[in-house]
Design a protein around this ligand. Structure first.
Ligand code: SAH
Ligand code: SF4
Length: 349
């Protein structure tokens, strides 16, 4: 892509109007372009048949629709589609689409190439930080699934920011992209969830946004020693400070917080640990998502057995804390965070 091309997906309504005016066309043509992109899911300028031919030609040469190029796509037996995109300057990111029987279509998208947080069990953390994604690069991942689903008479109903990267480390771009998913793709705030490793000042800032977007916190351990060993960010903000910020969030938004907990056999899955977590969360408007660990290359932990996960759920219930064991989707296609990229890098090496 040359410096002079414009990414149409990066333009808001005034931006689209300005572009078409620059190309000698009335501002309403900008509205038409956006209608094609967002209402109809057009993936090429050629499809925009009610635009004058001269404008289509100019747009084809001087603009692009998005900047991501798909490197590979894998489909799982459970219908999960996982794809790898290359950014214009080289790094790879992942996006996943998960279809559910109740009709939901959920996209799991990335906020950064790599991640600086270094969580020891996470494939993305293990690869380190490459760069932040722009608002448009984040938005494009959702737009692509949305456009493709429109073609087959379906719609993208949910988005989770649980792909590569720490969304709150790239706060403005993520919130900007989320706002555009709401306004341009028609996805309700309540159907979007941001998952964070627990950057306390950003959680406070997020509570003040006045958005009804869901918040998930990667907790994974209830003591500082254990949490810091798994998630280095635990050294910056301790569990008490993190839980306090979650309580402030609930008070401010009246929204339930989700806590994520990767169950690692013999590490954080004992009944004692469940009691500790129960005491910590008792009385809070929250839910616990238990995710059996997805094995990764540089971490030798194992997923917890089903029976132990059941005990964990029962102990939490005794504190009035609801929990579910999340079914791992797309496990046959490495659909864990950062894992498809690892596979492709191995092949390319
Ligand atoms: N950076 C954000 C969002 C991306 S990770 C965050 O950490 O919350 C999405 C979720 O997957 C997080 O809860 C993360 O802790 C979890 N996760 C990462 N690697 C995992 C693995 N190998 N097994 C199970 N869960 C994992
Ligand atoms: Fe980053 Fe989340 Fe992975 Fe931690 S779990 S390294 S914050 S992507």
């Amino acid at each position: 892509m040359s410096d002079t091309t414009t990414d149409l997906l990066a333009l808001d309504a005034p931006g689209a109007a300005a572009l078409v005016r620059e190309l000698g066309q009335p501002a309403f043509r900008g509205k038409q372009v956006r209608k094609w992109l967002y209402d109809k899911g057009a993936m090429s300028v050629d499809e925009m048949t009610d635009l004058p031919k001269v404008l289509r030609t100019r747009l084809t040469t001087e603009a692009t629709i998005g900047t991501l190029s798909q490197v590979v796509e894998q489909c799982s037996e459970d219908g999960t589609q996982k794809r790898l995109y290359r950014l214009p300057d080289g790094p790879l990111i992942e996006s996943v689409l998960m279809p559910y029987r109740d009709g939901r279509r959920t996209a799991c998208i990335s906020s950064q190439a790599g991640c600086a947080m270094g969580c020891v069990f996470c494939a993305t953390g293990q690869m380190g930080f490459k760069r932040h994604l722009s608002e448009a690069e984040i938005f494009e991942q959702a737009w692509r699934f949305s456009a493709e689903l429109k073609l087959v008479g379906e719609r993208l109903s949910n988005v989770v920011m649980m792909g590569m990267g720490e969304p709150f480390h790239n706060y403005e771009a993520v919130i900007g992209a989320v706002r555009r998913m709401m306004s341009d793709l028609g996805i309700g705030a309540r159907h979007i969830t941001i998952s964070t490793v627990g950057l306390v000042p950003a959680i406070d800032r997020f509570a003040d946004e006045g958005l009804q977007v869901g918040l998930a916190i990667s907790l994974h351990a209830a003591t500082d020693t254990q949490r810091s060993a798994l998630l280095p960010v635990g050294k910056r903000w301790d569990v008490a400070a993190l839980i306090d910020s979650c309580r402030r969030y609930v008070a401010q938004t009246r929204r339930r917080v989700t806590f994520e907990w990767a169950l690692i056999a013999g590490e954080n899955d004992s009944a004692e640990e469940a009691h500790r977590l129960g005491r910590l969360l008792k009385g809070m408007l929250c839910h616990v998502n238990l995710i059996p660990l997805n094995p990764t290359a540089s971490f030798d932990g194992e997923p917890t057995a089903e029976a132990d996960a059941g005990t964990f759920v029962d102990v939490l219930a005794s504190y009035g804390v609801t929990a579910t064991v999340r079914v791992r989707r797309g496990i046959d296609i490495d659909a864990g965070c950062g894992q498809l990229r690892d596979r492709v890098m191995e092949q390319e090496a």
